[in-house]
Design a protein around this ligand. Structure first.
Ligand code: NAP
Ligand code: 3JN
Length: 342
């Protein structure tokens, strides 16, 4: 590899893939070339990249010859099938799906939280779930000071987390309802317009959803602390961009709300928006199109000796997916780790 890698974006026509291309261009990622891949369905179509456009190529097992870095966002089955071929061809994979996240051989990385885990990658690095990423960016600096024992989180997740078809579904249902028509329900099990669904991903045997268990398991792995107890309720809401989270933490050491604000105001990737008197707090409309994770409504939990409540919002397609993946790639370059170890 020259100092400038050849980069592939796999799933380039999707909500996350398009944002990845935009993020690579916006951050001037030092690529020798960027190539766009998707399924045969969209091969030959064009996707925007900076001031230009890329022609989408069909992804095959042989696509990775000459590619140094592949950013995958084409679903778990595509990652399971194609990432091993990429690694065999000497290409480092940053994967956005849940396929490899809990594999003990695969680091699960949020650059602000556990960048040192990149050192032991074996070719694949997993990007966490969007809801986990924005939560751990805020929790890690508090954990470092006060040790978090327990987390109770409820999410309010935007439809863009489900992809392009869900964005179109919310738009269409709103139009249909305003025109007095029965809304068409296709992507979600129920209408999403003017509704909330306490159901993201599939239900598991323990009656939690897979999205909820992703938050539980991924948080422990990223924070490198299996003793943190996490319980989650994940809810889809009729918002286009920006996941919100109500988070309650119990800590070993007492932290006042003022101390937490001071810690978080120094934390990388975090912006404290917490002035309720002026009606200033995080909201999806403030986070959409931004890189930072917003935190506010920080207050002491008056029901326990050492507890805090807070509200955390981030752009789920940016920090929750594309930006975090590109930041991982930047960190790999910075640490000279953009190679498959032999
Ligand atoms: P999307 O808008 O539905 O886009 C799906 C993309 O995958 C499209 O580019 C599609 O290409 C491509 N694709 C599907 N099957 C393929 C195949 N067999 N070979 C090559 N490309 C294929 O979905 P999205 O929202 O961008 O999400 C994509 C994936 O990213 C999700 O399934 C998930 O695993 C991951 N994701 C992660 C997070 C996170 O929390 N970090 C958030 C959102 C998504 P065509 O145009 O050819 O169909
Ligand atoms: O629903 C959301 O807001 C985030 C969705 C993420 C997602 C969507 C489809 C498949 C994932 C993920 O990243 O966890 C997956 C997956 O399991 O790969």
């Amino acid at each position: 590899m020259s100092t400038r890698p050849v980069v592939a974006v796999v799933g380039a026509t999707g909500a996350v893939g398009r944002e990845m291309l935009d993020t690579l261009a916006r951050r001037h990622f030092p690529a020798a070339e960027v190539r766009a891949f998707a399924s045969a369905r969209s091969a030959g179509s064009l996707v925007p990249f900076g001031n230009t456009e890329l022609t989408v190529e069909e992804l095959t097992e042989n696509s990775f010859a000459g590619i140094d870095l592949a950013l995958f966002s084409a679903g778990g089955s595509t990652s399971e099938k194609f990432a091993p071929h990429a690694v065999a061809a000497g290409c480092v994979v940053v994967d956005n799906s849940s396929a490899w996240r809990m594999d003990p051989q695969v680091p699960l990385v949020v650059p602000e939280v556990n960048p040192d885990d990149l050192a032991w990658h074996k070719g694949i690095i997993a990007n966490p779930n969007c809801s986990t990423i924005q939560m751990v960016v805020v929790l890690k600096p508090l954990h470092d000071v006060a040790r978090i024992k327990r987390v109770v989180v409820s999410t309010y997740q935007a439809v863009s987390g489900t992809g392009q078809k869900a964005i179109a579904e919310l738009e269409r249902q709103v139009r249909e309802l305003f025109n007095g028509q029965e809304p068409t329900v296709a992507v979600y099990p129920h209408r999403i317009a003017f509704n909330c669904l306490p159901h993201i991903d599939v239900f598991l045997e323990n009656e939690y959803t897979k999205e909820e268990m992703k938050m539980v398991l991924e948080t422990k792995k990223i924070m490198g602390d299996d003793s943190i107890r996490v319980t989650a309720t994940t809810v889809r809401v009729p918002v286009f961009y920006g996941h919100s989270e109500s988070v309650n933490i119990e800590t070993e050491k007492k932290l006042s709300a003022k101390e937490a604000r001071a810690i978080l105001s120094q934390a990388p990737g975090v912006r404290v928006l917490d002035n309720p008197g002026e009606k200033i707090y995080p909201m999806p409309i403030l986070a959409a199109g931004q890189d930072d994770t917003l935190v506010g409504r920080i207050r002491e939990d008056e029901t326990i000796p050492c507890g805090l409540n807070m509200f955390i919002v981030a752009d789920n397609i940016r920090k929750g997916a594309a930006l975090n993946a590109v930041q991982i790639a930047e960190e790999l370059l910075r640490r000279d780790l953009l190679r498959v170890p032999r």
